[in-house]
Design a protein around this ligand. Sequence first.
Ligand code: ADP
Length: 261
Amino acid sequence: IRKFSEKVPRKWPIPGVNHVILVASGKGGVGKSTTAVNLAVTLANVKGLRVGLLDADVYGPSLPRLMNLSGQPELDKQDKMIPLTNYNVKCMSMGFLVEESEPIVWRGLMVMSAIRRLLRGVAWGLLDILVIDMPPGTGDTQLSISENIPVSGVVLVSTPQDLSLSDARKGAEMFKKVNIPVYGIIENMSGYVCPNCGHHSNVFGKVGGADKLSKDVGVDIIGVIPLDGDICELSDKGQPIVISRPDSPQANSYKNIAERV
Ligand code: ADP
């Protein structure tokens, strides 16, 4: 019996961390990291919580640029990496450990050990919430993170495009299987309003696809964010829109999402 129980994966909390929230997507490029950053910054600066942000997207780390951070983290006495901080959010990313231009060419095992180091080897101190920007998809990495630490819930990000939605559905099913509550879906890049003429177009397919997915898998839509030039431009400059345009409708959408997690 003992041997059997030893094989059952055990979840160990990250010391000092109260809640872990995952931001996940079925596909890459749908705005998962942008959402994770704006959510983390809102939780810290609007709700006044102690927040950490972990970039678990080891192949394509974008957190250093989005949070305008660079440099190698220092080690504390226990050899744990000290996170870098900006906008009141403590951040850790593989991007702090490798050059931006350097491709990460790793086998699965190396990815797993990097993830383990990111999950267990960071001196977060006391956090109310750790937001984890997950790698896209529903593979080994996603499973091992979900199985290794207690997770309070997951936010799924999708565009209104059919392909993205069907991958988001797989994500929702996977998290249900590992008993992680899905807070809801964020429909990102949902429609574009021309700043010149005000015309509204549905660039990635008709709005409402996420609605159907949400009904099918029984999870709510907790945010709808339009395709917006400011979000893109400010993200590239490392100035999340919730900081640089705190009163904009886009920032308000992220604030509403922060209320739902
Ligand atoms: P992922 O983490 O899913 O790969 P990113 O957050 O890196 O996606 O976003 C991919 C690109 O799309 C980035 O250039 C980002 O600035 C842009 N982007 C994300 N969300 C929006 C949005 N709502 N409007 C405009 N551009 C966006």
